[in-house]
Design a protein around this ligand. Structure first.
Ligand SMILES: Cc1cc2nc3c(=O)[nH]c(=O)nc-3n(C[C@H](O)[C@H](O)[C@H](O)COP(=O)(O)OP(=O)(O)OC[C@H]3O[C@@H](n4cnc5c(N)ncnc54)[C@H](O)[C@@H]3O)c2cc1C
Length: 391
């Protein structure tokens, strides 16, 4: 068993972290306060090669492995969660689903520009009346000649107002199918959600389809494959969220350690008070546990092995721990932690969302309990994500 990162892994992690500190840190407080999504960051992420990090070179990516994808997410979320969310939807939920399920034509037309960062991608599954209960989605698709006609609304969609392409799920009778939808298609509209608790420097909104004509070539997989596609995409999305949470825990730990050594109370650094140490110790443990869970899930992905259970566990545990770490970080900072003078207040608000999206805490609890009880078992997929390295 080898737990070490390669030199390439270390460079990738450092590059992502440096990118965050260079490109995001100087403006994040202001952007977060103004609920401003800085679109220029998308091109910079693309130019840095992050958006296609684990996409094979022949499809315009960097050809790195899935651990590298995790390290990019970890490095970016060390600075701000909204930056990692871009990776989660563009690369995790959309581009990897195209790699897994797309035809060669679809990969040429959509995956290559997305891997290069020339086009930005989103993922539209959630609806106003259907989140965890995906089978309850109401958006419809009807085949008419060479087109599918889509009607419906998706909400809480990351990058709703900025992505060029979306992977969208709609019902054909009782079955769900997946479609590649371009913003430019007639009948597409989007709007932003305002008043979010966190992720304020990110873009989240709704997308709607009114008699939207999707060419039949844009059906992903076969008719009725939608749920399989959504669940496999979510295996990748959850992995990026789990890895990002490690970055957030790291941020809480590093910044709490600095503060705990500067602030004094009762004649000594607060870091020397045992109850403060308890919080720091818990963060340190969460960081190590988080890395191990992500590396294991990433290794399974590299091997082309089913990782639904391990990825769910990593996402569940790491997002809970990130939220607890941010909560404790505020406690360590005392009243200062309660204002946006320090980052921990933002980490706290941002970390709350990840306990909801990509499977709520309750859904992951149920999944893990069902695996333990033997009510649920993962079988190898007939069409897995390509192992690393893929040709
Ligand atoms: C910042 C942000 C970004 C997002 N980005 C995207 C995106 O890009 N694309 C996308 O498609 N979606 C996105 N989402 C939506 C997200 O995936 C959903 O919010 C999530 O799936 C939960 O669905 P819901 O909010 O409808 O809650 P519901 O499913 O209505 O759940 C409400 C509550 O009931 C609980 N509950 C539900 N079912 C059960 C059960 N069987 N047993 C016990 N408890 C249960 C839940 O755990 C939760 O506590 C985003 C959400 C947020 C907050």
């Amino acid at each position: 068993m080898d737990f070490s990162l390669t030199e390439e892994h270390k460079l990738i992690e450092k590059a992502a972290k440096d990118f965050g500190f260079r490109e995001i840190s100087p403006t994040i407080k202001e952007n977060d306060a103004k609920n401003y999504f800085d679109k220029s960051i998308l091109k910079k992420l693309g130019d840095a090669g992050f958006l296609g990090i684990c996409i094979p070179k022949k499809y315009g990516g960097q050809g790195a492995d899935y651990i590298s994808l995790g390290l990019v997410c970890q490095g970016l979320e060390r600075v701000d969660s909204s930056l990692r969310v871009i990776m989660s939807v563009h690369t995790g939920l959309n581009s990897l689903a195209l790699l897994q399920w797309g035809t060669e034509e679809q990969k040429k037309k959509y995956l290559i520009p997305q891997a290069k960062g020339e086009k930005i991608a989103g993922f539209g599954l959630t609806e106003p009346n259907a989140g965890s209960d995906v089978m309850n989605i109401q958006a419809t698709a009807k085949k008419e000649g060479d087109f599918y006609i889509l009607n419906g609304e998706k909400t809480w969609i990351s990058l709703a107002d900025v992505a060029d392409n979306f992977l969208v799920f709609a019902k054909m009778g009782e079955k769900v199918s997946a479609f590649i939808v371009e913003r430019s298609f007639k009948g597409f509209s989007s709007s932003s959600i305002h008043g979010k608790l966190g992720m304020r420097a990110g873009n989240t909104g709704s997308i709607s389809f009114q008699d939207l004509k999707v060419p039949k070539e844009n059906l992903l997989g076969k008719e009725g494959d939608g749920i399989k596609i959504a669940l496999s995409a979510i295996d990748s999305g959850r992995f990026t969220v789990a890895a990002g949470a490690v970055g957030l825990i790291e941020a809480c730990l590093e910044e709490s350690v600095i503060y705990a050594k500067q602030r004094e109370a009762f004649g000594k650094e607060i870091g020397k008070h045992e109850l403060v140490q308890q919080m720091i110790g818990k963060m340190a443990a969460s960081l190590e546990v988080g890395k191990l869970l992500v590396y294991k899930a990433g290794w399974l992905k590299n091997e082309g092995m089913r990782n639904t259970k391990e990825t769910s566990l990593a996402k569940w545990v790491n997002c809970n721990n990130a939220f607890d770490s941010a909560n404790d970080a505020i406690q360590i900072f005392g009243a200062y932690g309660y204002s946006n003078e320090f980052n921990v207040e933002r980490y706290f608000r941002n970390s709350r969302g990840a306990v909801i999206y990509e499977g709520t805490r309750e859904i992951h609890t149920i999944l893990q309990a069902e695996y333990a009880l033997g009510y649920r078992e993962d079988k190898p997929l007939s069409n897995p994500l390509p192992a690393y390295p893929s040709e």
